[in-house]
Ligand binder design. Structure first.
Ligand SMILES: [Zn+2]
Length: 161
């Protein structure tokens, strides 16, 4: 099969890049994985180091399977899980970088309270705010997120709006 052949060729090239023997590959990938890197991060690291693009799925084929619960917990710790089950505490749910970017773009990179922006005032820092706070049951859905400048966000927090 072509894909198997490609996979073997890439693996050999990656080993050559790092100076590993062909059989070292599984060992090194597994140890990165056990240190907490995701398959996507490992593929990205390999690409940055060697310019060889591999499918993250090919990494999952060489590492021992992690339980779903363990993988989910790991994702939460890294802020990957954007929303989760009700019993989790607020701090465990951060808004992903991609979602923050979507909110910033939607709000034209302007504070939705005072219309300040870094383009107008270079000291302005924009933050992503939950309209209804996580503590009050607000979700990380994009409709519940807005761009506020740090000053307005602090003011809002003080008033507990
Ligand atoms: Zn503001």
């Amino acid at each position: 099969m072509t894909s198997d052949y490609d996979g073997r060729t890439k693996r050999r090239k990656i080993c050559n890049h790092y100076g590993w023997s062909y059989s070292d590959y599984t060992h090194h990938i597994t140890s990165w994985y056990e240190e907490g890197m995701s398959s996507h991060e490992i593929a990205e690291k390999i690409y940055i180091d060697s310019k060889i693009r591999i499918n993250p799925r090919s990494i999952m084929r060489v590492v021992p399977c992690r339980s779903v619960k363990e993988a989910y917990q790991n994702a939460i710790e890294r802020g990957r899980v954007v929303w989760g089950k009700g019993e989790k505490t607020e701090g465990q749910f951060r808004v992903s970088v991609a979602r923050r970017m979507l909110v910033l773009q939607r709000d034209n990179f302007k504070c939705q309270a005072c219309v300040d922006s870094p383009a107008i005032n270079k000291d302005t820092v924009l933050e992503i705010d939950h309209k209804t706070s996580r503590a009050n049951g607000g979700s990380n859905e994009i409709e519940n997120l807005q761009t506020l400048c740090r000053r307005c966000n602090k003011g809002k927090g003080a008033l507990n709006m």
